[in-house]
Design a protein. Sequence first.
Length: 381
Amino acid sequence: MHVVYLYSHFTYPGGAGIFILETARRLAQQGIKVSIIAQRGSPDLLWKYKEINFIFVGGPLPNSVSYWINYLRLYKKVESALDELNPDIIFPHIFPASYWGFLYKKHNPKIPCLWFCHEPSASIYESRAIEGLQFPICLFAKAANPLMRVIDKRLVSNTDHILTNSKFTAKRCENIYGIAETEVVYPGIDISEFPEYPVEKEDYILCVARLTKFKQINLVLDAIFLLKQKKVKKNLIIIGDGEEREKLIKQSQALGLTNNVTFTGKISRDLLISYYAKAQCVVFPSVGEPFGIVPIEAQAAWTPVIATRSGGPMESVIDGETGFLVEPNSVNALAEKILYFDQNKQVAESMGITGRKNVETMFSWEKAAEQLLEVFTRYVH
């Protein structure tokens, strides 16, 4: 069996890219021939994932006007690569690389096309995501939106089957595309990366995110400020980078939190895991997150989570057992639960232990790859 993943690029280490690399590696280890077609990726990918055949087709990235001007030329490169690979399964992922798979399926109807929907494209169906696009892509996305919705739904109809990363995403697929028959394959983690036993906690709260408006890290800063007004001093470490970083730094300065908040930027994987393990709790405030890898990484590190009662975290965080789910956009609720963990350290420790068990049971790359292989086998005769 030869499975070909389709993905835009590995420039940013997002959750979808990690899902692709880790499941592809484990399928290859089981004897499945696996290729990945993408526009670009760092040279160390070829070294780290030796089991996978990478084909990089180049070209401008999707966040540029040039990408869309040259889309058909780029698709022809992908089409040529697919013809040469002769796959048994084409396995497209996020927009716009998903369209490569849908178009190829349209012209090659005998080859099964299984779409892994990490989310229906936010740049088509989420107004806040469109507003967050850089100029002039933002104007282009707004003007083309009615047409893009029609095109998107027609292209998705070419796929043979849809897999999703959560029940939340599956429901969104049903609402947008009218397709109810989907299957959930949860992302996983490599538990061996994380400490085998709990480590001593330090006095800080942790946020890990790409710093965009969608992640709503500003709410956590407001919560820390609210606690400070109540004479409770809490330290916050924010790991990640993005277009909102400077704005968040200015917010922390305006709130008088300069001595309480640390922005680390991007850091190594080993250091990230160390921060996870030593944090009192990890706060994940985004709303409508399709899945969210941060809550399960925190639990793998024996650390409880505070997340919103929205989206994927409702499936990964067990409220009152591995952390807390709070109402979306509630600074008061975030502050209350941060304070609770500060005042109830034994409860926090117990939740961390339960969280670790939760992740070991529910979220592994081996389990995800096993589910994918079962689905692929149904479509290869």
